[in-house]
Ligand binder design. Structure first.
Ligand SMILES: Cc1ncc(COP(=O)(O)O)c(C=O)c1O
Length: 387
């Protein structure tokens, strides 16, 4: 390459899955038929009404132009209705809702809108790798905070208070937590909001898993009193509505925070195709029965995953929610290196599972199994392991 890349790319590692998926594709090309428990990309379909709305809209003339940056008002009104019904949160559809092309882009908008170069973002360890990579990309600094099993995978705010947080502007939070499957408690959110007010930190609450295998009613941080002063929420259609490839999400919160994000967004994209917006509206009308059915499929799959993990002699909590199972070896002398163990599984049994350490150093010694694999393929994996 004659033209050198920008320095900012020195800070960013290639997304782990890009490399791993290439390895898997190579094995598949050799006829190995890899069973992939890696990525959380739902293999189930969105609702029929959503698909119909997309295709019917696409057939219409005069719908193919640019769309409003904030989306059509009908979509924002539907999101407001959804938040009221599902999370008991009242939002003003004209001011407090910003539809997105997936929540991942919202992570970039918020980072760009609130972090100057050299300022810091608190990032969970373990956690979704995008928080770190985007913080790096924009020249801000990552300040990891520990999530540990002995602390219920919740932040230790007393430990954080002892640190110099003067440069911290935002804190990434994600519950139900990926990869550990931890559900949040209202008290935890309350203490986080008090902490954020005290330290003047914007809580960026990433909430894409709250409808997947949740045990309690789904929780939004915005349902906690006073939250809107210091918190914005991201939500997504990817997992809860089986629409990961459609790239649809939303940002919720106080007008001033959303306007800052919109100032970034409106300079990057030019609105979401109307067909997608119409499909999003239809998806938000999915019945409770629809969500129950999706969860039933994941529930049955999870039973097979438990069987596989038992066979591999791993332990896990059955209280987990979301679309993964997080597990660790029962005997760490027998399996001292989980990353080496999952690589061996890939090359000996052609089964791919994500090693926990890609989510941060506190994920070392764990692995994450995705439920986005048909049950029959899971049974095949079990049979392969036993053979
Ligand atoms: C915690 C977390 N946040 C955000 C995302 C991105 O979701 P979206 O498809 O809405 O961009 C993911 C996807 O895996 C995720 O696990």
């Amino acid at each position: 390459m004659i033209i050198p890349k920008a320095n900012r790319l020195d800070q960013v590692k290639e997304y782990y899955f890009v490399r791993k998926l290439e390895e898997i594709a190579k094995l598949n090309k050799e006829g190995k038929n890899v069973i992939n428990f890696g990525i959380g990309s739902p293999d189930l379909a969105p609702s029929e009404e959503a698909i119909k709305a997309l295709s019917e809209t696409a057939q219409r003339p005069n719908v193919h132009g640019y769309q409003p940056y904030r989306s059509i008002p009908e979509l924002r009104e539907k999101i407001a209705e959804f938040y009221k019904r599902v999370y008991s949160v009242a939002l003003d559809p004209n001011k407090e809702i910003l539809p997105l092309m997936g929540s991942k882009e919202g992570i970039l908008h918020l980072s760009m809108a609130f972090l100057n170069p050299g300022e810091e973002a608190l990032v969970p360890n373990p956690g979704y790798p995008t928080y770190s990579s985007l913080t790096n990309l924009i020249g801000a600094k990552i300040r990891h905070y520990d999530l540990k099993e002995e602390n219920g995978w919740y932040p230790d705010l007393n430990a954080l208070r002892k640190e110099d947080l003067s440069k911290v502007k935002i804190m990434w939070l994600n519950y139900p937590h990926m990869p550990t499957g931890t559900e949040v408690k209202k008290e935890v959110l309350e203490s986080l909001i008090a902490f954020a007010k005290e330290k003047k930190i914007l809580l960026c609450y990433d909430n894409p898993y709250s409808l997947v295998l949740n045990k309690k009613p789904p929780i939004s941080i915005l349902s906690v009193e006073g939250a809107k002063d210091v918190a914005v929420e991201l939500n997504s259609f990817s997992k809860s509505h089986n629409m990961a490839g459609w790239r649809m999400g939303m940002m919720l919160g106080k007008e001033e925070y959303l306007n800052a994000a919109l100032a970034v967004k409106s300079n990057i994209d030019s609105g979401m195709f109307l067909g997608l917006q119409m499909a999003a509206i239809k998806s938000l009308e999915n019945s409770e029965e629809w969500h129950k059915k999706r969860n039933e499929v994941y529930h049955q799959r999870r039973e097979v995953v438990y069987k596989i993990l038992d066979y591999l002699n791993f332990e896990y909590s059955k209280d987990q929610v979301g679309m993964f199972v997080w597990a660790k070896p029962k005997d760490t002398k027998a399996i001292p290196d989980v990353t080496a163990f999952v690589d061996k599984l890939l090359y000996d049994k052609f089964i791919f599972i994500t090693p926990g350490e890609i989510f941060g150093s506190n994920g070392k010694g764990y692995l994450r199994v995705s439920l986005c694999v048909p049950k029959e393929r899971m049974e095949e994996a079990y049979a392969r392991l036993k053979s």
